[in-house]
Design a protein around this ligand. Structure first.
Ligand code: PMP
Length: 440
């Protein structure tokens, strides 16, 4: 039952068993083996698998119409989902544009920003400053904004003139500066970069509020969020939050931006927004940005499948489920429980260097030396070994080895937001068994 297809390929050879079915936080392969989906896939399945409300809503929509091109018909699912999304976002984010995935959302955000600049007489602004390390997607534009060299290198040279600043990773200056000072210091890199590039050329600053695949749930000091917002305002630079992974409740708020009282100019959503029921994403922006673009002839952008009624019916049911089951509050509460349990492992396993994250976007990092955060030797391949051991035990976790200046094996523990305390114990039992085997 395991093995690779002779026809289908993904990034690499990766023999896995066939998936049979899913239920709540569990997935089953065709042999009947049960797995806990401890990473919600790739931080996607926020409301768990086979949610009856979502399935019922999708089936009802399927019986009516699965597709109607958006330029030919209005649809209730798309308009209802847009209204629901706005109602869950902070005030000021009041317009929605649908896409089918995270990379599309990031590129759409940048293109909207660019058209806004042109429509408002700021056509010299084109540079998007992003960060290192970061992950924003795999299409050409989103990849160019991604601060992760091994992914970019095979395609170099990419676009030109898109600078990157260093994000305040846990390694940097943490012994010499207070958290507040660290936040200010790294935010000031944004100002320096804007000045260096020429403020009249800078369109936007793009960041993940809590790092995802690139850094493993890295949270910046509070002062970083406030100061970067201020700097953007000072220079008329649009602030784009990539909330593809953090959005739709994952961190214990609908948007992670709410933790710091920040209202970005444009937000990119996907992953938990469709929650694995449909390829779905969106950008949410303020009318202040959207209206001038529409007045100047329209947003010259749009994907064929965007806003299709089937995907939107799924998205609407996902948001209703988040709200009615209080899943965002549950993410905050269960996130605290899980984080405390992960921190508890640090006394048993010296090679756990750091536990971090917000809500149910949590990660730990394995190191050779906790005091210096020196990474484990690459040859150990810790990031694949521990994942394989856990997989054998029936626990799915998500890992990355970040390379190219910021080194580290980190592991995301991000179960669906429906997770219970008892299920957290199940996760922890399997994780502890996996770590013990890894340490042998
Ligand atoms: N932005 C972030 C923060 C992400 O985590 C991801 C996916 N890991 C993307 C963008 C790209 O999303 P997709 O794979 O759906 O294109």
């Amino acid at each position: 039952m395991t093995g690779d297809s002779p026809y289908l390929f993904y990034q690499s050879r990766n023999p896995r068993p066939y998936l049979d079915r899913g239920e709540g936080i569990y997935l089953y392969d065709e042999s009947g083996k049960r797995y806990i989906d401890g990473s919600s896939g790739a931080m996607v399945s926020n409301i768990g698998h086979s949610n009856p409300r979502v399935l019922a809503k999708m089936k009802a929509q399927m019986d009516k119409a699965t597709f109607g091109y958006r330029l030919h018909f209005r649809t209730h699912p798309s308009e209802d989902l847009a209204a629901k999304t706005v109602s869950m976002c902070p005030q000021g984010l009041d317009r929605v544009f649908f896409v089918s995935g995270g990379s599309e959302a990031v590129e759409s955000a940048v293109k909207l920003a660019r058209q806004y600049a042109v429509a408002t007489g700021q056509g010299t602004r084109y540079r998007v400053i992003s960060r290192f390390p970061s992950y924003h997607g795999c299409t050409f534009g989103a990849l160019d904004l991604t601060g992760y060299e091994p992914l970019r290198a095979p395609f170099a040279p990419m676009m030109e003139g898109m600078p990157k600043i260093t994000a305040p990773t846990t390694y940097l200056d943490r012994d010499t500066l207070t958290e507040e000072e660290r936040g200010f210091r790294y935010a000031e890199l944004l100002r320096e970069q804007i000045e260096e590039a020429g403020p009249e050329t800078v369109l936007a600053f793009l960041m993940e509020p809590v790092g995802g695949a690139s850094t493993g749930a890295l949270v910046a000091p509070d002062s970083y969020y406030q100061r970067t917002r201020e700097i953007c305002e000072e220079y008329g630079v649009l602030l784009i939050y990539d909330e593809v992974m953090t959005g739709a409740g994952r961190t214990g708020k609908f948007l992670a931006a709410e933790h710091w009282g920040i209202t970005p100019d444009i937000v990119a959503l996907s992953k938990g927004f469709g929650a694995g029921y449909a390829p779905l994403g969106a950008i949410v922006a303020s009318s202040r940005i959207v209206e001038p673009v529409l007045d100047a002839g329209g947003f010259q952008h749009g994907f064929t499948y965007a806003g299709n009624p089937l995907a939107c019916s799924a998205g609407l049911a996902v948001l209703e489920e988040l709200e009615e089951q209080n899943l965002i509050e549950n993410a905050a509460r269960m996130g605290d429980v899980l984080k405390a349990r992960l921190e508890g492992l640090m006394s048993r396993y010296q090679f756990i260097g750091d536990v971090r994250g917000k809500g149910l976007l949590l990660a730990f990092e394995l190191v050779a030396d906790r005091s210096t955060m020196e990474p484990l030797p690459r040859e150990l391949n810790a990031y694949t070994r521990l994942v394989e051991i856990a997989y054998e035990q029936g626990l799915i976790i998500y890992s990355r080895r970040t390379r190219g200046g910021y080194e580290g094996d980190h592991f995301l523990i991000c179960p669906p937001l429906i997770v219970t305390k008892a299920q957290i114990e199940e996760i922890m039992n399997l994780l502890e068994a996996s770590l013990s085997r890894f340490a042998d």
